[in-house]
Design a binder for this molecule. Sequence first.
Ligand code: SF4
Ligand code: SF4
Length: 341
Amino acid sequence: MAVKKLSKEKLGEALGELSKFRLIAPAKSDDVVVFKQIGDAGEAFLGYGNSTVPPKKFAFPQTETLFRFVVGNPELNEKNVEEEGTTVIFGLRPCDARAMAIVDKLFSWDFEDPYYLKRRELTTLVGMACVEPPSVNCFCASVGGNPFGTEGLDMLLTDMGDYYLVQELTDKGKKLAETLSAQLEDAAADDEKKAEQMALDAKGKIRRSIDTAGIPEKLPDLWENELWKKVSAACLGCGICTYLCPTCHCFDIQDEVEEMGEGRRCRMWDSCMFGEYTVHASGHNPRPTRKERTRNRINHKYSYYPEHFEVIACVGCGRCINLCPVNIDILDILDQVVDAS
Ligand code: SF4
Ligand code: SF4
C-alpha cells in the first residue's frame, strides 16, 4: 500500500474534500475534546491528547432507535442505518481504533448485529499516531497495542512537523487516498524510516505498564479473594470507567410507548458497574455490591473476553484511570491480581 504526505497547509482543503462524507473529527467542546460531526475544517482540533469520550459512539450510539411500532400492528418501521451515509472518522488514536476491532468480535459473534456491522462497513478510520503518548496513564504497549499501531485502521497519519505522513492500510484507506489525490504528494524516500524511529521513541515514552502474562488464567482462581473488597471499597458506582471505555459495549433495550399507541424500541449504553445491571425480575441480584461488580469488570476484560475471543478487552487508553472520581486505577488492581495467592 502507498505512503504519501499531506502538507499541513493543505489539511483544511483535505478535510473540506472529506466533508462530502459524514466527517467525524476531534473538536473542542468547553474544556474537553470530543469526536463530533464537523461541517467546517476549522472545527477540527488535531493538537489534542485523546478525547474524553471515545469515538465508539459512531458505531455504537449511546442511544438509538432500532425500530418504531404501532401497538397491535405487526409491521415494524425498522431503522435504515445506510441513511446515515458513508462516514470517515478522522484523527482517532490507534488504541481507539484497535478497540473497535476488539468490539467487532462481539457484535459479529453468535448474533450478527445488523446496526453495528452496517455502520462499521460504512466507516473508514483514519488514525493519528501518538508521537507523544497523550496521557501519563497510557499503557497500550502492555496489552498488545502501540502508539503507532495500525490494527483496526484504514489509514494512519503521523505528524512529521510541517506535514503528515499518510500510510494507506486497507482498500478503504486506498480509496480515501484517491479522494484526496489533489492534496496528497509522494513521500520522501526516508520518511518511512523516520516514522519507524519515531514509533520506537514513542513506545519508549510510555510510563506505565503491566505484565499481563498469566492474568487471564489466574483470575478464575481469585474469585473469593479478599482483594476485590479492597479494590472496590472507594467505588461510587458512577459507571464512568465503563461508559468512557472504548471496549465496553453493554447495552439495555427498552420499549417506549409514546402517544396514540405508537412507540419505539431503543437501545442505550448500560454499565456493569450500575447496581441495577443484574437485578432479576424476582428482585435477586447476583452482583449485589460493588465488590462483585468490580470483580466482573476486571474478569470480563482480562479473563472472559480472552477466553472467547483470544484478546484482552482493554486497549490501555488510561481513560478509566484518568476519569474515575475516586482514583481507582485498573493497573493497581491488576498489580494486586499478579501479587495475590
Ligand atoms: S469510575 Fe471509579 S467510582 Fe465510578 S464506577 Fe468506575 S471505579 Fe467506581
Ligand atoms: S479498561 Fe480503562 S484503560 Fe482499558 S480500554 Fe477501558 S478505559 Fe481504557
